[in-house]
Design a protein around this ligand. Structure first.
Ligand code: HEC
Length: 120
């Protein structure tokens, strides 16, 4: 996300949206349909981008511990890179992570859509 919009998911994250509004999490969850070319979706699926979020046990444990000891806010800095579907929709700000880590949005990783021209 380029630093132009006025909406910032949270002050502890330096990420912003272009139009200053939250983004529907569905935008980050169309990796398969947005990558019809043979192999592109499979490449993403076997990449670490696919396991950047709460489908990564080391990351999940780190954020659970952070939130247990310091609350939600500091972990939003991590989420600005690791959890686009949660942070840019506002879900991570409004729910403790233990409540939403097993949702599709918490398990999606970093969607392949963002790097693909067909998504824009
Ligand atoms: C500026 C973006 C950014 C921020 C902010 C960020 N990370 Fe990361 N994180 C990454 C990238 C990129 C990698 C992959 C690095 C690599 O593989 O070389 C990574 C890797 C990780 C990994 C290793 C995952 C694995 O399977 O090897 C963990 C755990 C992790 N980050 C936790 C955190 C936590 C906790 C925070 C907040 C305290 C955080 N990160 C903040 C970008 C970020």
């Amino acid at each position: 996300m380029r630093r132009r919009g006025s909406w910032q998911p949270e002050l502890s994250s330096s990420a912003q949206t272009l139009d200053g509004k939250p983004i529907d999490p569905k935008f980050f969850m169309h990796s398969k349909s947005a990558n019809p070319a043979p192999g592109h979706y499979n490449q993403w699926q076997s990449s670490t981008h696919h396991i950047a979020s709460f489908n990564n046990q080391w990351y999940r444990k780190a954020i659970e511990y952070m939130q247990d000891t310091n609350g939600i806010k500091p972990s939003l800095w991590c989420g600005g890179c690791h959890d686009h579907a949660l942070v840019f929709s506002g879900m991570m700000q409004s729910h403790p992570i233990r409540e939403i880590e097993h949702t599709p949005q918490g398990q999606v990783g970093l969607g392949a859509c963002r790097a693909t021209p067909s998504c824009r």
